[in-house]
Design a protein around this ligand. Structure first.
Ligand code: ADP
Ligand code: MG
Length: 471
């Protein structure tokens, strides 16, 4: 009897325990189900973020990126009615401007206030019901705006700042469907990640744009530097040449001065001797030779003095074509005698140039006589003039070319042509081109040579229209 009652009580206890265990199992099962749903949800969102990040990294346009982010926000956060991105305009006052909205629409004014809250926040925020109301009211009273009807607000928003290190570049706003939806704090790390991905993509584009701009600046600066260097080199070369010529000129002038007096005395003495010699004296031949040679020395001395003599004549408005014609007239007989045919190709639109006409005539004469010397058995002499219009960095220039069909100049002689006393002629002085270069340099110009042995030579005189005042 007692045994039976014990058994019944035992069974009842066991049944109670069984029921308790079953309900615990059921509770655990529910929790497992919840957890696995959460894990599925988590996986889904991670996959979503991953695909957004892949899409962001292949986009190279800020507008395309922000558009992609707001569209994906709607899928990533179920129950979302709209998403917005505002970006700060750092070129002006740094104020926020709507850059993307999904669905495309003009957001209500309070969205802008939320964007201001979000942009200043240190990290992502979740605002539900009363908090949301508090923030919107606060922003509206700060901005002194009429309050928006509370019925128009969503119940829940997710906000995230967009920032590159400490620089605030904007905000992401995700609004839940009105009345029904509340976001969960679990959503916060995802909003923050989405905002971070957006910032990384935008930052990359900005860096790339900055790098491209720097590269353009660098290339521009380099080309400016190269140009300046080339101009400096040319100016230095010209300076060196004129310094050399000036030094040699100074020396020649003082040597000429020293020689002139004894030369004068010697010529006078020879003259006196000549007066006393009988007309048929055999010494007369030697006397004549001595007189001729002293005459030659006197001419060389005169040219040497020309070298450093302060310029004769005034700076005038000179017509280059007229100067060339006058010079050619001067040597017509000489040229004809040497079987040289002259071709003049003078441009008829040459403006006048401020110059020492006498000096330029001397330059043309020197070069024409050299050309004639280079054609011992005749040939063609072409004299041309033209105006070269101003180009970047180079002023308008007159170019005068004198071309012969003579013997030409061996390349090894070219670098020395303008050195004083450099001559290949038995009776040359080697001063013609040195003086010419000096004169042209004084006019702010230069002389170039182009020659081919056996074919001929062209000397080109370049004179800037606006020459620095020649001295
Ligand atoms: P010079 O005529 O007294 O020799 P220049 O200074 O006028 O002195 O000329 C220097 C040298 O340049 C000449 O001796 C000659 O060798 C060379 N030269 C100048 N012009 C020509 C030319 N047109 N053709 C060939 N050689 C030239
Ligand atoms: Mg000469």
């Amino acid at each position: 009897m007692i045994e039976r009652e014990d058994t019944i009580a035992h069974t009842a206890r066991l049944e109670r325990e069984l029921r308790a265990a079953q309900s615990r199992i059921a509770a655990l099962e529910r929790e497992v189900e919840l957890q696995s749903r959460y894990v599925r949800d988590l996986n889904g969102r991670l996959a979503g973020l991953l695909s957004v990040s892949a899409a962001l990294l292949i986009n190279h346009d800020i507008d395309a990126i922000v558009q992609l982010v707001v569209q994906n926000a709607i899928n990533l956060f179920p129950g979302t009615a709209a998403a917005y991105i505002y970006l700060a305009n750092h070129e002006t006052d740094g104020s926020l401007h709507l850059r993307a909205a999904a669905p495309a629409c003009t957001p209500a004014p309070y969205i802008f206030h939320l964007a201001e809250v979000a942009a200043k926040a240190p990290r992502a925020l979740l605002l539900n019901g009363p908090e949301l109301e508090y923030f919107i009211h606060q922003q509206q009273s700060q901005a002194q705006l009429p309050t928006t009807d509370a019925g128009a607000w969503p119940q829940s928003v997710l906000l995230a700042p967009l920032r590159i290190e400490i620089q605030r570049i904007g905000a992401l706003i995700i609004c839940g469907e009105r009345l029904s939806h509340l976001y969960h704090p679990r959503d916060l790390p995802f909003v923050q990640s989405l905002a971070d991905l957006t910032v990384i993509a935008i930052d990359e584009i900005m860096q790339r744009q900055r790098a491209a701009a720097l590269q353009r600046d660098l290339a521009h600066t380099q080309s400016l530097r190269a140009e300046a260097e080339a101009r400096l080199n040319a100016a230095q070369a010209q300076l060196l040449q004129s310094a050399k010529l000036a030094a040699v000129g100074e020396l020649s002038a003082s040597v000429a001065h020293e020689i002139n007096n004894p030369l004068y005395a010697a010529r006078n003495s020879l003259y006196l001797v000549e007066q006393d010699l009988p007309p048929d004296a055999p010494q007369r031949t030697f006397l004549t030779i001595a007189q001729q040679e002293l005459g030659r020395i006197a001419r060389i001395i005169t040219r040497m003095r020309d070298f450093y003599r302060p310029s004769r004549g005034e700076l005038t408005s000179a017509n280059i074509n007229a100067l060339l014609r006058e010079t050619l007239e001067l040597v017509t007989t000489h040229l004809r005698h040497n079987h040289v045919t002259v071709h003049a190709r003078l441009a008829n639109d040459l403006p006048p140039i401020v110059a020492h006409a006498d000096q330029l005539r001397q330059v043309f004469l020197n070069i024409i006589l050299n050309a004639c010397d280079a054609m011992p058995s005749g040939g063609e002499l072409t004299v041309s003039s033209e105006l070269i219009a101003a180009r970047a960095g180079a002023p308008a220039t007159l170019a005068i070319s004198i071309t012969d069909t003579g013997v030409g100049i061996a390349p090894e002689h070219i670098p020395h042509l303008f050195e004083p006393f450099y001559t290949t002629k038995p009776h040359g002085t080697g001063l013609g081109l040195a003086i010419s270069a000096h004169i042209v340099t004084q006019h702010g110009g230069r002389i170039t040579v182009d020659s081919q042995p056996g074919v001929g030579t062209t000397f080109t005189i370049l004179l800037p229209l606006e020459a620095p005042a020649a001295s």
